[in-house]
Design a protein around this ligand. Structure first.
Ligand SMILES: Cc1cc2nc3c(=O)[nH]c(=O)nc-3n(C[C@H](O)[C@H](O)[C@H](O)COP(=O)(O)OP(=O)(O)OC[C@H]3O[C@@H](n4cnc5c(N)ncnc54)[C@H](O)[C@@H]3O)c2cc1C
Ligand code: FES
Length: 283
C-alpha cells in the first residue's frame, strides 16, 4: 500500500453520469489483484474530508496504468468527474484483499449488477490470460444505456449475457433470474455425463464442470439472492462488498459488516468475501 499522486491520463463520460478514468500510478511496481481498490482524495482541499473507495477496473500491460469506472453518486464522485487530464489525484492503494481463484477451477460465472462490473472486469481480464478457462458474464443493468463493457468482455473471449430490468436489451429481468436458469440447465448436482446433454441459452453445458465458481458485485439484494443460489447448488461464491468508508486501512472500524465469525472490515478483511461467510439473517 502506497500513497501517490497519480496523473490522470483520461477522464471521460461513457454513459450518463458514468465515467472512465485512466491513471498513471507512477513507477511504483505495484502488484495489484483484481478486486482491490484505490482510496481517492476527490477534492483538492479538505472537502470532502474522507477519501472515496473506487475499484480497480482494468490493469494495463504496464501495471502502473490502471482504469477506474465510476458513477456520480454525490459530492466526491462529482468532484472526480470534473478533474481534467494532466492533473494529479492523491490516492492510497492498492487496498483490500481481492478475489481468490481456487486451484483447479476452470469455469467462472461473473454476475455484475450495474456498476458491479467495475471490479469484475479486472477479474475477467486476469482469468482470460489463462487458456482453457471459460468465463461467462451476466451483465445486469436498468436499461441498455447502462450496459457497460459488453464489447471489452467479448474481446477477451468471455460469453456475455445481457439482462435489463426494462427489457431494452437482452433478457428482461434481473441478473439473478438468468443466473438461476443457467445453473439449472447444467444442474451441478447431476453427473458430468448428464450435463453434457443439456444446453442453456447457447451455452454448451459440456463446457461446464463441477469446478464452476461464482463471482459477483452489485447491490446487496442481488448478493443475498446469489448467496441463496450458491448454497442451494453448493457452489463456491465470492463477492465484492461496498460500505461507506473512513480510513480505508482497517483502523477506524467505519466499514464493518456482520459475518458468521463476527464483524469484519470491508476495507481490510474485504472487500471480497465468500458469500457463505456473511451473516445475512442478521440484516
Ligand atoms: C471497496 C469499494 C469499491 C468501490 N468501487 C466503486 C467503483 O469502482 N465505481 C463506483 O462508481 N463506485 C464504487 N464504490 C462506491 C463509491 O465508493 C461511492 O459511490 C462513493 O464513495 C460515493 O461518494 P460521493 O461523495 O460521490 O457520494 P456521497 O455523497 O458520499 O454519497 C452519495 C450516495 O452514495 C451512497 N454511498 C456513499 N459511499 C458509498 C459506498 N462506499 N458504498 C455504497 N454506497 C455509498 C450514500 O449512502 C449516498 O446515498 C465502491 C465502494 C467500495 C466500498
Ligand atoms: S474504513 Fe476504516 S476500518 Fe474500514
Amino acid at each position: 500500500m502506497k500513497q501517490v499522486k497519480a496523473e490522470i491520463l483520461l477522464n471521460k463520460e461513457i454513459a450518463d453520469s458514468h465515467f472512465k478514468m485512466v491513471l498513471d500510478l507512477g513507477k511504483l511496481n505495484l502488484f495489484i489483484k483484481p478486486g482491490q481498490f484505490l482510496h481517492i482524495k476527490a477534492g483538492s482541499a479538505y472537502d470532502p474530508l474522507l477519501r472515496r473507495p473506487i475499484s480497480i477496473h482494468r490493469i494495463g500491460s504496464n501495471p502502473n496504468i490502471v482504469e477506474l469506472l465510476y458513477k456520480i453518486e454525490g459530492k466526491g464522485t462529482q468532484l472526480m468527474s470534473r478533474r481534467s487530464k494532466g492533473t494529479y489525484l492523491d490516492i492510497i492503494g492498492p487496498l483490500g484483499n481481492g478475489f481468490k481463484v481456487p486451484k483447479g477451477q476452470s469455469n467462472f460465472i461473473l454476475v455484475a449488477g450495474g456498476m458491479g462490473i467495475a471490479p469484475l472486469m479486472a477479474l475477467a481480464d486476469n482469468l482470460a490470460r489463462f487458456r482453457k478457462r471459460i468465463i461467462t458474464v451476466i451483465l445486469g443493468a436498468r436499461t441498455k444505456d447502462f450496459i457497460i463493457c459488453k464489447k471489452e468482455l467479448r474481446d477477451i473471449g468471455a460469453k456475455v449475457i445481457v439482462v435489463t430490468e426494462d427489457g431494452s436489451e437482452g433478457e428482461k429481468g434481473l441478473a439473478t433470474d438468468v443466473l438461476e436458469s443457467i445453473i439449472e440447465q447444467f444442474d451441478l448436482r447431476k453427473s458430468a455425463t448428464a450435463l453434457k446433454k443439456k444446453h442453456a441459452k447457447g451455452i454448451t453445458i459440456a463446457e461446464y464442470g463441477p469446478e464452476v465458481g461464482l463471482y459477483a458485485c452489485g447491490p446487496l439484494g442481488m448478493l443475498k439472492a446469489i448467496a441463496v443460489i450458491a448454497k442451494y447448488y453448493t457452489m463456491q461464491a465470492q463477492a465484492s462488498f461496498e460500505e461507506r468508508m473512513g480510513c480505508g486501512v482497517g483502523a477506524c472500524l467505519g466499514c464493518v459488516i456482520q459475518t458468521k465469525a463476527g464483524y469484519k472490515r470491508v476495507c481490510k478483511d474485504g472487500p471480497v468475501f465468500d458469500l457463505e461467510e456473511i451473516a445475512w439473517e442478521r440484516d
